[in-house]
Design a protein around this ligand. Structure first.
Ligand SMILES: Cc1cc2nc3c(=O)[nH]c(=O)nc-3n(C[C@H](O)[C@H](O)[C@H](O)COP(=O)(O)O)c2cc1C
Length: 229
């Protein structure tokens, strides 16, 4: 694949891409956002809906398999690497450290209530699979449970661990297998976003939102449609 930046330079389109913000698109539709920027009293990682997934990992000793809500971030597309941050107070922490393998089950709106139940319950009370009503299965390529209802399973092996005081540990993991339900991807393994009602949670209001409309894609500004990250 052509290096993207080289491609942009060859086309000579850089000046177009570096227009001052005020000159971009006259029909932005967000005119009510104009005016003086305000600094909030409290700093926060205020972000639009961020993919929140159901992490599943084998249990410890007598404890059953764990299911927990975690935000995730892509570290790299190729090789596929993904990251999560886990609070030390959560049951999942010791399990991830011990087993080094887990699955990120990507939910859709059909299980949004189950998803909230997972967040609102604790394995310290009872088995969260039972409490949430989700179906437990087994992963394909790692030794970990999965949520059968989830359209996508991202199977992961931990490669790096970073302690982030006061409470978190960031785990970076290699994605060793990805499995999907029928119609989630086309025959080339490309995600068909409109076939799945994905949702994420806002950091800044704690609400679940679906993805809305497609408004662009990688490379559109330089006439490319072959880039799949
Ligand atoms: C959208 C969302 C994202 C969350 N992300 C994380 C996360 O990234 N890391 C984490 O440790 N907890 C996260 N939580 C909270 C825990 O998943 C949740 O409180 C956990 O299921 C409680 O289980 P436990 O305390 O019994 O271990 C998140 C919750 C929500 C609703």
């Amino acid at each position: 694949m052509t290096n993207r930046r080289v491609f942009i330079r060859q086309l000579g389109v850089l000046p177009l891409l570096s227009l001052p913000v005020g000159m971009l698109g006259s029909d932005g539709g967000t005119s009510f956002l104009q005016g003086k920027r305000e600094k909030l009293k409290e700093a926060g990682p205020m972000l639009p809906p961020v993919p929140a997934t159901l992490l599943t990992v084998n249990g410890l000793d007598q404890n059953p398999a764990e299911i927990s809500v975690v935000w995730t971030f892509v570290v790299n597309g190729n090789p596929p690497q993904i990251g999560i941050s886990v609070g030390g107070e959560h049951v999942a922490m010791g399990m991830i450290k011990r087993h080094g393998e887990f699955v990120l089950n990507v939910p859709d709106t059909s299980i949004v209530e189950h998803f909230d139940k997972v967040d609102m319950s604790s394995s310290r009370v009872d088995d969260k699979f039972k409490l949430s009503g989700l179906t437990q299965g087994r992963a394909n390529s790692v030794n970990a449970p999965v949520v059968e209802e989830a359209p996508i399973h991202v199977e992961c092996k931990v490669s790096h661990e970073l302690r982030v005081p006061p409470k978190r540990t960031v785990f970076i993991a290699d994605v060793v297998a990805t499995t999907v339900l029928p119609n989630v991807c086309d025959e080339n393994g490309r995600l068909i976003v409109e076939n799945v009602d994905f949702f994420g949670m806002t950091a800044g209001s704690g609400e679940f939102y679906t993805m809305g409309e497609k408004v662009g894609y990688i490379g559109k500004s330089v006439g490319r449609d072959d880039i799949k990250y």
